[in-house]
Design a protein around this ligand. Structure first.
Ligand code: PLP
Length: 409
């Protein structure tokens, strides 16, 4: 999935990096950005962040906090004010009751996940990761010394994990199942009914813990009702870590605040990891996050509407292209379209599009559109589009993809 970290006569990376490296996503978006810098007309549909800005009340709160002296280390895994705001959020949005010492705050949800794996994984431990997946999941498991067990989820099953596949993947060495709904990259989400059989499997295997990444909770469409497993099945609460953050819903990717709610013993072990890496999350980011979670939430609805228009635009356009099919995602701001109908075709200069990476490269080279191949997320032949960009740009990108696809013979 990744290009290995470079070794030279002077530099020798740690063994733990041998299986991970710079992600394919960064490689293709990096190449596209370089082409753009050189003056080429490139549309990059790779962004993993909203194109909206952080709302002003949140910025104002950060400024006030800074002026009032919130510029020092805070409590190790989150200030009391932010933990209180997170508990209120879990209660309000998810019906989950957490005590103050069951909450952790880190420099992004990514660090929450990192701390959880570093705190619990020993060599040989397995973590089940359904694919297509956010590559970070597997890489964090590898850094922690564990083994990611990738379980493919077919498009026919809505890119969701089936209970049978989960049951088959569980071994005595399984420590965690990692779920993400709505998903990056597929946009697929689990309803309460779709979660149920999976949670039933977990109930039968008490040694398996569950980590759920709810990062895109607020970006869901139509009449989809977001739910989180700990709220559906209270019996799993004592072995579930519910992860969330302010990055996507509040357009705060740069502020680096993510959080989790889970059993106190786990939360304490995660704090030990954090104590020797970042000490605490940014004090100013935490003050901003308090305002995000406690302040007005109505702009989330407006932004959701705007994302839904873009989703409909992209899905409609892609499904109009011969050789491409695109499932309608329930949430997030990604489409994950199949390019199976174009595999085996030839470009005008005789190159065969033999896999999705070749298709992505072809689109970049000939249409000036950067998408990420599905194989970068563990499922081929697909490509991911992030539609967190203007409708004008999305329309033009889809027009170019249609024209480039039509030229394949
Ligand atoms: N979880 C998922 C599924 C994501 O796609 C991302 C970012 O792309 C994150 C977590 C990262 O969140 P944070 O910015 O809080 O680290």
């Amino acid at each position: 999935m990744n290009a290995p970290v470079q070794t030279s006569s002077l530099f020798r990376p740690a063994k733990r990096l041998s299986a991970i490296g710079v992600s394919e996503i960064l490689k293709i978006t990096g190449l596209a950005a370089e082409m753009k810098r050189q003056g080429q007309d490139i549309i990059i549909l790779g962004a993993g962040e909203p194109d909206f800005d952080t709302p002003d009340p949140i910025k104002d709160a950060a400024e006030r906090a800074m002026r009032a002296g919130a510029t020092k280390y805070t409590a190790l895994d989150g200030s009391p004010e932010l933990k209180t705001a997170i508990r209120a959020k879990f209660k309000r949005d998810n019906g989950l009751d957490f005590a103050q010492d069951e909450i952790t705050v880190s420099a992004g949800a990514k660090q929450v996940l990192f701390n959880a794996m570093m705190a619990t994984i020993s060599p040989g431990d397995e973590v089940i990761v359904p694919t297509p997946y956010w590559v970070t999941y597997a890489d964090i498991v590898l850094i922690a010394g564990g083994e990611p067990v990738l379980v493919p989820c077919s498009e026919a099953n809505g890119f969701r994990l089936s209970a049978e596949d989960l049951e088959r993947a569980i071994t005595p060495r399984t420590r965690w199942l990692m779920l993400n709904s709505p998903s990056n990259p597929s946009g697929a989400a689990y309803s309460q009914g779709q979660y149920r059989p999976i949670l039933d499997v977990l109930l039968r295997h008490p040694h398996v813990w569950l980590v759920v990444d709810d990062m895109y909770e607020h970006i869901v469409y139509d009449d989809f009702r977001f739910v989180t497993p700990a709220a559906i099945e209270p019996a799993l609460r004592e072995r579930t870590l519910t992860v969330n953050g302010v990055s996507k819903a509040y357009a705060m990717t740069g502020w680096r605040i993510g959080y989790g709610g889970g059993p106190n013993a786990l939360i304490r072990a995660m704090a030990v990891v954090q104590s020797q890496s970042t000490s605490c999350p940014s004090s100013i980011g935490q003050s901003a996050a308090v305002e995000a979670l406690n302040g007005p939430q109505d702009f989330i609805r407006e932004r959701r509407r705007s994302f839904q228009e873009r989703r409909d635009l992209v899905v409609g356009a892609l499904n109009g292209i011969d050789g491409i099919t695109c499932r309608v995602p329930e949430g997030a701001f990604y489409t994950f379209a199949s390019c199976a109908g174009l595999i085996g075709k030839k470009t005008s200069d005789g190159r065969v599009i033999d896999r999705d990476t070749a298709f992505a490269q072809y689109l970049l080279r000939t249409a000036g559109v950067a998408v990420v191949p599905g194989s970068a997320f563990g499922l081929a032949p697909y490509f991911r589009i992030s539609y967190a960009t203007s409708t004008a740009e999305l329309r033009e990108a889809c027009r170019r993809i249609a024209s480039a696809s039509a030229q394949l013979k």
